[in-house]
Write a protein that binds this ligand. Structure first.
Ligand SMILES: C[S@@+](CC[C@H](N)C(=O)[O-])C[C@H]1O[C@@H](n2cnc3c(N)ncnc32)[C@H](O)[C@@H]1O
Length: 407
């Protein structure tokens, strides 16, 4: 296979050392495809492309998170955009601390460490200091980066932070994950119109990856087994309608695996996505798989493996089912905009001085991005699960606009 095949894109061309890194991961992926008999299901390809030790996008040195392509980053997340995300979240977290009496946070997939640093500072400022902030991070490279960020932004709180090699047996407090579920591998499915001799019934294929002389390529394998339950509503589509989509076994398994550890407290997950009815909508016929390279979004996961993020929107009904089946209570589901407004972002922003345009204008623009329906406000959702919170009337972030009925 030609591992340095030129890519038919108008995306920025990577630096030589980045290309060399991508070549190594490409060779690793090609070996995995060969070892699997020539065809690798896409979820396994995505897992290796993102997390292969020392090589995957999240496991190696790419800048990843940041505001501009010029700083070498590929995409921006809410905590990178503005500290007001963490400051507003701190209001919800401090309320839970007060209700449970446990001032502890466990963050999954902490990225650059920005959310941890800003949340620690904001909780301190709220008068609800976090006693212990634990981080569960798959990537050794990111662990080091998280430590550096916290040491720089909140040095006096660094000794409260620890990185876990394995999950604790029991946790009391707040479990958090921002944009973690969307970074978990997905299986890809293609529903194809019936060919002659198929009784007019559509045929399902699982999409996988093969090696060709020109690089990686898609290959669909006919799937005659029982389809994942999530795809059942698609049986109602007209037989001739073709449809590409994803299922989220890894994200559901993640929720099932962390749920039993939550002895008392709340699990809060923030991400982009939809409930099943919207996710598997007849018009969403191309799925949601997306890649990010230097702030360009595109749909080619074979573009320089290891140098770009690969992601899919989250299917929140499946996440809700996984949590509830694992014994958690579903406490709330709403849009990011509604959650942040409920938790007091406007009030926090009003402390800024509008006559100081240097501070005020960038902060207002970032908050607008978090809240705007056309940007992150509606696409991003917040889901909360709890255990042992029965006597509690409700979380501040879901006080209005709670929509778990849509799940
Ligand atoms: C899109 S990044 C988000 C980073 C950060 N939370 C933010 O908002 O900027 C996804 C993060 O999830 C981490 N991750 C993926 N799967 C994970 C898992 N099973 N447990 C913990 N972290 C995970 C990745 O290593 C990465 O840090």
């Amino acid at each position: 296979m030609n591992q340095a095949a030129p890519k038919p894109h108008s995306l920025p061309v990577p630096e030589p050392d980045a290309l060399e890194h991508s070549r190594r991961l490409t060779a690793h992926l090609a070996d995995a495809i060969r070892d699997a008999g020539g065809w690798l299901p896409f979820d396994r390809f995505m897992e290796l492309a993102l997390y292969a030790p020392g090589l995957g996008y999240y496991a190696a040195g790419a800048a990843k998170f940041g505001r501009l392509a010029a700083d070498g980053s590929d995409f921006v997340t809410a905590p990178e955009l503005t500290p007001f995300f963490a400051r507003t979240l701190a209001r919800q977290v401090s309320e839970i601390f007060e209700q449970t009496g446990d001032a502890k946070v466990l963050e999954f997939g902490a990225g650059s460490g920005r959310l941890a640093a800003d949340l620690l500072l904001a909780l301190e400022a709220e008068g609800a200091p976090c006693e212990r902030y634990s981080i569960m991070e798959l990537s050794g490279e990111l662990r080091a980066r998280q430590r550096d960020t916290i040491a720089r932004v909140a040095p006096h709180l660094l000794d409260r932070v620890s990185w876990l090699d394995q999950l604790p047996d029991a946790f009391h407090g707040v479990m958090l994950g921002n944009e973690v579920l969307d970074a978990m591998p997905v299986r890809l499915w293609a529903r194809r119109a019936p060919a002659n001799g198929q009784d007019g019934r559509p045929v399902w294929f699982e999409r996988g990856v093969v090696c060709t002389p020109d690089g990686f390529a898609w290959e669909e394998r006919r799937y005659d087994g029982a389809l994942p339950e999530a795809l059942a509503p698609l049986a109602a589509l007209p037989p001739a309608q073709e449809y590409l989509t994803e299922t989220h076994e890894a994200a559901a398994a993640f929720v099932r695996s962390v749920a039993p550890l939550l002895a008392r407290g709340v699990l809060l997950l923030v991400d982009y996505g939809f409930p099943a009815r919207e996710y598997y909508h007849p018009q969403r016929a191309q799925g949601t798989l997306m890649c990010h390279y230097r702030h360009h979004a595109h749909d080619d996961p074979f573009y320089y493996p290891g140098l770009q993020d690969i992601t899919a929107h989250v299917e929140f009904s499946g996440i809700a089912d996984a949590g509830v089946q694992a014994g958690l209570d579903l406490l709330g589901f709403t849009s990011q905009a509604r959650f942040l407004m409920n938790a007091g972002i406007v009030e926090l922003m009003s402390a800024l001085d509008p006559s100081d345009p240097k501070t005020y204008l960038p902060a207002a623009a970032a908050a607008q991005k978090l809240l705007s329906e056309a940007e992150m406000g509606e696409l991003f959702k917040v889901i909360a699960f709890g255990r042992g919170m029965d006597e509690w009337a409700g979380l501040i972030g879901f006080a209005t606009g709670e929509r778990s009925h849509a799940l």
